[in-house]
Ligand binder design. Structure first.
Ligand SMILES: *[C@@H]1O[C@H](CO)[C@@H](O)[C@H](O)[C@H]1NC(C)=O
Ligand SMILES: *[C@@H]1O[C@H](CO)[C@@H](O)[C@H](O)[C@H]1NC(C)=O
Ligand SMILES: *[C@@H]1O[C@H](CO)[C@@H](O)[C@H](O)[C@H]1NC(C)=O
Ligand SMILES: *[C@@H]1O[C@H](CO)[C@@H](O)[C@H](O)[C@H]1NC(C)=O
Ligand SMILES: [Cu+2]
Length: 555
């Protein structure tokens, strides 16, 4: 149907449609071995890799077992596409979790809540030897997303990659010339030990940019090289695939014009640095208009080893014609950092609802605390993944917050109402980047600001809630039935309970979010598949916390 209509359109309206709806794939060999999707297998298996010169076994994704990579292959499709990603669990390494589950971060999953991925909320983990088909549509989103394991801290062991939904038609005059796999920039933390054996909140060993980096005291491992041609304009898609740190990202000698935030186009904003939190994305245009040379790309983490000595936290921007050498550039002081309140959407500017604090249909304050026992609470409840995923509880007829498990962590929200959440900052482990599934939200009060902007606040899906004195406030409309988790995107904090679930439009979930036939992993919650192996969690303190305090039993 698509091709017939497209052909018809192209023949009859060639002057309007300058671009074919399906441009040729850019050549492989960019940041990974080639993009996959919208329909593909995604094999999850173990492999020893040394992205920073240190060998370790990792949990990786690939189109096949022989093409596993870190980060995983770019999953790519067009706005309007139907995605069918068959995730095949071939994990064998018992030092890490062997079950898995994938979340497609930022995708709304309207009508397909079962494909959202968080274990205990929408599904049970996929067990080794089994597969699970994530079958969902992306009707109304174009931009930069990512995918990652949503099973405890498994993505810290490597299961993370970029997900791009392209526009069906390119703008008549885009502000950039190049947007392909080579312009995706992932930044994340890397650990030398398997996540289940690490301390509850461990410190990363290195920062990887596009899967490459160095660690303090390590070898001069290869750094990521981002190639540009002078006087071309590049749309870089910066994706934080971090488990914990936020990074101050910059490129020596260049400014960045931000045009997209978390999948939503924004009014262009020129900056010289971006503090990017775990889970966030920014597209920025970089005009390669400086002298032909090598320039440092920098991502300085807020925790762990900061600075750039010996090439840590760095990658290389290389102009065509520049020598094959490390840059000698230095970083100028930042005088124009990205400030969240300066961002606003390109269209649909206003936050929904009455433009006054506390004047939404439903107003909820979420108080985050860290207890001496080493767990987080949100309004005094610690999120523990329930035996039966919340989605199944809803489909089975649970209706009220009191009926829903885990008790105290599930909030029911009425349909078609405006919700305002306020989340005071400053609890231990600050600053927490908070992510809501199923929605993007308007940030009417940002961290570091006391003003409320209902007129044209940025819309995004991960927000930093800042420090003591902050009271980050967000708004969204309940137009998407389903159980949507809101959690800290510092994965270690999420495991320690920093989550709640919004059960949105509960009466409609069973009809609007049906389980597809054969979703054995979801249904296995009542079957005989193994329970979450507590023995998989090897760190003694972690096991103690999970066993005694959280009483962890999944599916
Ligand atoms: C890493 O593993 C590879 C492949 O097994 C091996 O050749 C190499 O010597 C190892 N490197 C280190 C530093 O142990
Ligand atoms: C949390 O517990 C404290 C102390 O018991 C109490 O004062 C507070 O009202 C509770 N908060 C909520 C949201 O229930
Ligand atoms: C945050 O804002 C909400 C209402 O918007 C208010 O109820 C709450 O007391 C505020 N908390 C702090 C710590 O300022
Ligand atoms: C832990 O979970 C088991 C099974 O779900 C239950 O029988 C037991 O009472 C729970 N223990 C605590 C301390 O909550
Ligand atoms: Cu956190």
């Amino acid at each position: 149907m698509l091709s017939f209509l497209t052909l018809l359109a192209l023949h009859s309206l060639p002057h309007i449609l300058a671009y074919p709806q399906r441009p040729h794939r850019p050549p492989a060999g960019g940041v990974s071995s080639g993009a996959i999707g919208p329909s593909s297998s995604l094999v999850i298996a173990n492999k020893v890799i040394s992205p920073d010169g240190f060998n370790r076994s990792a949990v990786l994704a690939g189109a096949s077992a022989s093409s596993l990579s870190f980060p995983g292959p770019v999953v790519r499709g067009y706005k309007g596409d139907h995605f069918a990603m068959n995730v095949i669990d071939q994990l064998t390494d018992t030092t890490m979790l062997r079950s898995t589950s994938i979340h497609w971060h930022g995708i709304f999953q309207r009508g397909s809540a079962y494909a959202d991925g968080p274990v205990g909320v929408t599904q049970c983990p996929i067990t080794p030897g089994n597969s699970f088909l994530y079958d969902f549509r992306v009707p109304d989103q174009a931009g930069t997303f990512w995918y990652h394991s949503h099973y405890l801290s498994q993505y810290c062991d490597g299961l993370r990659g970029a997900f791009v939904a392209l526009r069906a038609y390119t703008d008549a005059s885009p502000s950039y010339d190049i947007d392909d796999e080579s312009t995706i920039l992932t930044v994340g933390d890397w650990y030398h030990g398997p996540a289940p054996s690490l301390a509850a909140i461990p410190e990363a060993d290195s920062t990887l940019i596009n899967g490459k980096g160095r660690f303090v005291g390590g070898p001069a491992a290869e750094l990521a090289i981002v190639n540009v041609v002078r006087n071309r304009r590049y749309r870089f898609r910066l994706v934080s695939i971090s488990c914990d740190p936020n990074f101050v990202f910059s490129i020596d000698g260049h400014v960045m014009i931000i045009i997209e935030v978390d999948g939503i186009n924004v009014q262009p904003l020129t900056v010289d640095s971006i503090q990017i939190f775990a889970g966030q994305r920014y597209s920025f245009v970089l005009n390669a208009n400086r002298p032909v040379d090598n320039y440092w790309i920098r991502a300085n983490p807020n925790v762990g080893k900061s600075g750039f000595a010996g090439g840590i936290n760095s990658a290389i921007l290389r102009y065509q014609g520049a020598p094959t050498a490390e840059p000698t550039t230095s970083r100028s002081p930042f005088d124009n950092p990205m400030i969240e309140t300066r961002l606003s959407p390109l269209t649909n500017h206003a936050a929904p609802g009455t433009a006054r604090v506390g004047a939404a249909d439903v107003n909820i304050n979420l108080d985050v605390n860290f207890l001496p026992s080493g767990i987080f609470t949100v309004n005094n409840a610690t999120f523990t993944p329930p035996n039966v995923p919340v989605l199944l509880q809803l489909i089975s007829g649970a209706r009220t917050a009191q009926d829903l498990l885990p008790s105290g962590s599930v909030y029911t929200l009425p349909r078609n109402k405006v919700i305002e959440l306020s989340i005071p900052g400053g609890s231990a482990g600050t600053p927490h980047p908070i992510h809501l599934h199923g929605h993007a939200f308007s940030v009417v009060r940002s961290a570091g600001s006391t003003t409320y902007n209902y007129n044209n606040p940025v819309k995004r899906d991960v927000v930093n809630i800042g420090d003591a004195g902050d009271n980050v406030t967000i708004r969204f409309t309940t137009d998407n039935a389903g159980p949507w988790i809101l959690h800290c995107h510092i994965d270690w904090h999420m495991v320690l309970g920093l989550s709640v679930v919004f059960a949105e439009d509960v009466p409609a979930v069973a009809s609007q979010d049906p389980l597809p036939l054969g979703t054995s992993s979801v249904q296995s919650s009542t079957g005989s598949l193994p329970r979450t192996p507590l023995e998989d969690i090897q760190s003694p303190d972690m096991r103690l916390i999970l066993a005694q305090t959280l009483n962890l039993t999944l599916c």
